[in-house]
Write a protein that binds this ligand. Structure first.
Ligand SMILES: Cc1cc2nc3c(=O)[nH]c(=O)nc-3n(C[C@H](O)[C@H](O)[C@H](O)COP(=O)(O)OP(=O)(O)OC[C@H]3O[C@@H](n4cnc5c(N)ncnc54)[C@H](O)[C@@H]3O)c2cc1C
Length: 501
């Protein structure tokens, strides 16, 4: 038997870093100094902000490097480097894979041959990249110039391969999701000729509407990217350990100096199969992030939890904000009865991406009717807009369920998040949203028409109230709209383009 800890965090990614900080914030300094906490990770470095790997890390010059993006700088919080963990007495067991777990005995076996025991376990094992073999393309994953992107070792390989290619070399990106999109933008910045191949009809098919996807596809094409949709890579031609071409199902052959694969992720649940309840490809937890075993919590990508906003529907969300929030929530729960009494988690799904000089955010659920606003069409312009602003609201049963915005200000993003959280009522989708778009949401946050709307929702509003509200809404919306337009016209977003994580 090896070491014994009160609290063990299994996994050393985003959620682990935020969990560690939360333990200290909730007053566990003394316990930490007494050696009650540890993080076990098969990565060689302390927790870091994983999204940086597909953004600032891939910049052609002056890219982000550790220790600059350890957690929790992504949430504008403290930077937890190795010294921080040392100072607080949280044991970092790095470069160590946990190979088996016995939930009943509360023990973990590590690749170093140690058996570690715990009283409470927080599972933060995240997810891993789906490999080409898993979609029937054999023999390419180990090639010198085939790259995945999940951890820092992958990112180092990607940078190395990219830099070994001459300007104008051919890069094939397999997959049209966010990894594919972000890597394609990075490859362009690194002067590669990029072709993106994916089987769907448009980019980011799980989130984007066809109209939103069209904007980004046009934008990417204006930067020289080629899209091949509706087909997939069926095999890779390899010579001397390197891929030389990708062969598509429809028979086309794409020359390739390098290949980047972004075809999805799978949660790392294997250690707990048959021991904990599973759902949606992850470990099932309750509103306190507690698994079917009372001493085990699960957070981040690996956790499937009830989303109150969606009527308690269980979801597994592979988003960094979710990892942060679920980690904080689980720690508060794990500390009970010593810590604060935690309620059920009330999380608004939130996801973002940054590519080229663009930056978007999405809140909620993309269910219902999508109503677009802003200018998504630049086909008549000679070049793409330098600071585009557009988006969509998803409305179901007269209420906002989801919101997407490209190029928003912090205040506008906050307004969107609040509209989704409150499930703002939309009296007339066609007129209000299509015509006033973002201004409709922003003015709603100022509370000028909210009361009347909710009165109407409850059936207590009368016609004159509604007419008054309508005119007030339109008046305010017009004013905000004009102000928003003026603001937008002179708007620049250097902080978004330059941010590394
Ligand atoms: C390249 C990239 C870019 C991203 N960009 C965005 C973005 O722009 N916006 C966004 O919202 N989300 C983004 N994400 C998603 C986000 O990073 C994840 O949702 C987040 O990292 C999940 O945190 P986690 O702690 O659950 O898992 P992870 O951060 O993946 O951490 C899991 C950790 O567990 C370790 N581990 C797993 N199994 C074991 C084991 N058996 N023994 C020991 N250690 C183990 C892993 O090595 C890893 O350290 C991105 C993800 C990637 C890969």
């Amino acid at each position: 038997m090896g070491r014994a800890f009160c609290y063990v965090i299994l996994g050393g990614g985003v959620a682990a870093g935020y969990a560690a900080l939360q333990f200290i914030r909730l007053g566990c300094e003394t316990a930490a100094q007494a050696g009650e906490f540890c993080i076990i990770s098969d990565e060689a470095v302390p927790p870091y902000e994983r999204p940086t790997l597909s953004k600032g890390y891939l910049f052609p010059e002056g890219g982000a490097r550790l220790p600059a993006f350890h957690t929790c700088v992504g949430a504008n919080d403290q930077l937890l480097d190795a010294d921080w963990y040392r100072e607080y007495g949280i044991e970092l067991i790095l470069g160590t894979k946990v190979i088996s777990v016995d939930v009943r005995r509360k023990t973990l076996d590590t690749s170093a041959g140690e058996t570690i025991s715990y009283e409470r376990l927080i599972v933060a094992t995240g997810a891993r990249a789906v490999k080409l073999e898993e979609i029937g393309v054999n023999g390419g994953s180990d090639a010198e110039n085939v790259c995945y992107l999940r951890d820092i070792a992958d990112a180092d390989k990607l940078v190395r391969v990219m830099r070994s290619c001459p300007a104008g070399a051919d890069a094939v990106v397999v997959g049209g999701g966010y990894i594919g999109m972000e890597c394609a933008a990075a490859l362009v910045a690194n002067r590669m000729k990029v072709t993106v191949v994916f089987p769907g009809k448009h980019l980011m098919a799980n989130l984007f509407t066809p109209k939103i996807a069209e904007f980004y596809e046009n934008y990417y094409e204006s930067k020289g990217v080629t899209f091949i949709k509706g087909t997939a890579v069926s095999s890779l031609q390899i010579s001397s350990g390197k891929v030389t071409a990708a062969i598509l199902r429809d028979g086309r052959r794409l020359p390739a100096d390098m290949v980047v694969v972004g075809i999805g992720a799978r949660a790392n649940t294997e250690l707990f199969e048959g021991q904990l309840a599973m759902e949606k490809g992850g470990i099932k937890v309750d509103g306190q992030m507690r698994t079917s075993d009372a001493s085990v919590y699960a957070v981040g990508d690996v956790a499937a939890f009830p989303v109150k906003l969606l009527g308690g529907e269980v979801r597994r969300l592979e988003h960094v904000d979710c990892a942060r929030m679920t980690a904080r929530h689980a720690v508060a729960g794990a500390l009970e009865p010593l810590g604060p009494i935690t309620g059920e988690i009330n999380y608004v799904p939130f996801f973002y991406s940054r590519v080229f000089a663009l930056s978007w955010r999405f809140y909620g659920d993309n269910a219902g009717e999508a109503v677009h606003f802003g200018d998504l069409d630049f086909s008549a312009s000679p070049s793409p807009p330098s600071a585009p602003k557009f988006g969509a609201l998803w409305v179901r049963a007269g209420r906002v369920t989801g919101a997407f915005l490209e190029g928003g200000s912090p205040e506008e993003y906050e307004a969107l998040a609040r509209a989704v959280r409150r499930r703002t009522t939309v009296p007339d989708v066609a007129v209000l949203l299509a015509r006033w778009g973002l201004a409709f949401i922003v003015q709603d946050q100022e509370g000028r028409s909210g009361a009347t709307r909710s009165g109407r929702l409850c059936g207590s509003g009368n016609t004159s109230n509604y007419a008054w509200a309508w005119h007030a809404t339109v008046g305010v919306a017009a004013a905000v709209s004009i102000a928003a337009f003026a603001y937008w016209y002179g708007w620049k977003a250097p902080y978004l383009a330059k941010r590394h994580f």
